[in-house]
Design a protein around this ligand. Structure first.
Ligand SMILES: [Zn+2]
Length: 275
């Protein structure tokens, strides 16, 4: 606990967790925001159980937006189920509602075809795809992916291979931790590789050429010369600039993300992270 005297952002977050954990059930489900400055990191009051490897541990890249409510990510994340289904209908997206209900995901949907020319799929055998939980997306995430598909299309991408969007939460999960959030809520997707129309594959593991802790986007970020790395960064940074997701995690974030991008909608927050 002596480490709680450390001024580092990481340890402050950990210490906050340790200190608030016993009363976490009474705390807000999402990070408490400090108004210190527009660029200050969220003072994080996360519960221990929410510290999955996908949860941002470092907040040095978190940015609060004064006009967050006007961003696509914020608007989508706040949608209720019926409003989201109505928007999917209005856009005539190739999605169908999942008849079966799954724990934690409030509006489960599956893609039935390409979105703006982009196929989103797992590597699961074709015969099993239509029943696999890993190809379920919450309706709200599907709207964000519809927007993202235009970014992908502009770069000539035609296919996106993911390990999963939804992942059923562990049986021990309660509504106070994983359930309904991130992958357990169908609100996050892990993208491992993408194909361009000329047949070139871009694999996050092989082609991103990142370094843990390095900035991903912006003028001060490293700019690898390899065209594959340039393209992958462009996709991530365009999605970030357009605020299509609250969290985008890359191999620069930590070792578990060495082989995929994590794109996530986080309801109720006004910060954005690309790391
Ligand atoms: Zn993920």
């Amino acid at each position: 606990m002596h480490r709680c005297l450390s001024p580092s952002v990481y340890w402050r977050a950990v210490c906050t967790t340790l200190l608030v954990a016993p009363i976490a059930h009474a705390a807000p489900k999402h990070p408490i925001h400090s108004p210190r400055s527009a660029k200050s990191a969220p003072a994080h009051a996360q519960s221990r159980s929410s510290q999955s490897h996908h949860h941002p541990k470092r907040h040095s890249d978190a940015v609060f937006l004064a006009d967050a409510e006007s961003t696509p990510a914020y608007r989508y994340a706040q949608l209720d189920v019926s409003s989201c289904y109505a928007e999917v209908n209005r856009r005539q997206l190739p999605l169908r509602r999942e008849a079966q209900s799954w724990r934690g995901i409030s509006a489960p949907m599956r893609f039935t075809g390409p979105v703006n020319g982009i196929v989103f799929r797992t590597d699961i055998p074709a015969a099993e795809r239509s029943s696999s939980p890993f190809e379920l997306f919450d309706c709200r995430l599907a709207l964000a992916l519809d927007d993202f598909s235009k970014v992908l299309r502009a770069a000539g991408i035609t296919e996106v291979v993911l390990s999963s969007a939804y992942r059923p939460p562990p049986k021990s999960a309660s509504e106070h931790d994983e359930q309904g959030k991130r992958h357990a809520g169908g609100l996050a997707v892990d993208v491992h590789r993408m194909a361009r129309e000329d047949g070139t594959w871009f694999k996050v593991d092989r082609d991103f050429h990142g370094r843990i802790g390095a900035k991903v986007c912006g003028k001060s970020a490293p700019h690898p010369a390899m065209p594959e790395a340039v393209l992958l960064r462009r996709l991530v940074c365009d999605a970030s600039e357009q605020h299509l997701f609250q969290s985008i995690l890359t191999p620069n974030y930590d070792r578990p993300h060495h082989n995929h991008f994590h794109f996530e909608l986080t309801p109720g927050v006004k910060w954005f992270i690309v790391s």
